[in-house]
Design a protein around this ligand. Structure first.
Ligand code: UDP
Ligand code: MG
Length: 318
């Protein structure tokens, strides 16, 4: 029997990219010996994306769609797609053709050779990528790797093949905040990465603003590590010890009758420690917030409309 591939494509305002993507991927996969299906997730688009996907679903019997009830964010859209896929492997890729479909045969070959996860990372030799974008992206991975327990390659992308064994595990994960780039590293199995050069966006504008990237960075650090809490504790210990060393100076000042002087240093110290305490409280507060969100046990996504069944149970093939 032919092996089946489920191609999962989160789409937010991608009306002009849907059809070109289907055509391109079909052109590349048709000569191979795989059955394949497209699962588009309309992540609350405000343009004509959903109608475009529905139109393609009428034209091609292997095109499916999930319409989320609002914009949930790319990782949540991916989760929705994964929960509805039952291929021998799933492929996740962006709708804007920045993830080159030409790379698929090579990736599939590596998967067939026994790699459970074939991921890709961006190399920025590309003149299309703006300098500011390159710097923020570098910084993003540096910060994540510094503060978190998982190591991400510079430019790790969401273009990858996941074997059904990995998919079975991912389906079981019901965390409120999902960050697949980290999660996929975290699940383990045998992994292999290949570099790619991103193409220019086929149509439309990128949806991630700088603020959105910062938010993504913070949440990805916090969902994989409590290291910031340890750092906060470390800083606290350091300053407590340092302030103990200050005691002899205070005593000497009292005995020599200079107790009133030093007002400026007291104010400076108080405000410094005030700031530090607020920072540490803020870090703790963010973790408490995460616990709060997780305990409410809300779903990762809400589906408004779809033409494909949920396949949450593990796939067991004989
Ligand atoms: N996307 C999504 N929901 C969002 C933002 C983006 O599903 O809230 C999708 C988008 O349609 C695209 C992919 O995620 O298929 C990557 O988005 P984009 O091209 O804007 O990001 P970049 O290329 O800058 O990583
Ligand atoms: Mg893009």
């Amino acid at each position: 029997m032919k092996k089946k591939l489920s191609i999962i494509i989160p789409s937010f305002n991608e009306e002009k990219n849907i059809r070109p993507l289907i055509l391109k991927v079909t052109e590349i996969l048709a000569p191979t010996n795989y059955d394949f299906e497209f699962i588009f997730i309309d992540d609350g688009s405000t343009d004509n994306t959903l109608n475009e996907i529905k139109l393609q679903a009428k034209l091609f019997s292997n095109v499916f769609y999930l319409q989320l009830s609002r914009n949930f964010g790319k990782d949540h859209a991916l989760k929705a797609g994964i929960d509805h896929a039952n291929g021998n492997a799933i492929i996740t890729m962006d709708a804007d053709l920045q993830h080159p479909p030409e790379l698929l045969p090579k990736m599939l070959h590596l998967w067939e050779k026994g790699n459970n996860i074939v991921y890709t990372y961006r190399v920025d030799a590309n003149p299309h990528v703006k300098k500011r974008q390159k710097i923020t992206s570098k910084l993003f991975y540096k910060v994540i790797n510094l503060f978190s327990d998982i190591k991400l390659e510079n430019g790790a992308s969401d273009f990858r093949i996941l074997d059904e064994r990995v998919v079975n595990e991912l389906k079981k994960i019901d965390e409120y905040e999902i960050f697949y780039r980290g999660m996929v590293k975290w699940v383990g199995f045998s992994q292999i990465g290949i570099p790619y050069t991103p193409a220019q966006r086929h149509s439309g504008t990128p949806n991630y603003s700088f603020i959105a990237l910062v938010k993504l960075g913070i949440s990805s650090i916090m969902s994989f590590s409590v290291r910031p809490l340890y750092i906060a504790t470390g800083v606290g210990i350091f300053f407590s010890v340092a302030s103990l060393l200050y005691i002899p100076y205070i005593l000497i000042s009292i005995f020599t009758g200079h107790a009133v002087s030093g007002w400026a240093s007291i104010i400076a110290t108080i405000s410094f420690f005030g700031g530090l305490q607020l920072l540490v409280l803020g870090i703790i507060g963010m973790y408490v917030g995460k616990i709060f969100l997780q305990t409410k046990n809300r779903p990762n996504y809400i589906i408004n409309n779809k033409n494909i069944e949920l396949k949450k149970d593990s796939i067991i093939r004989v």
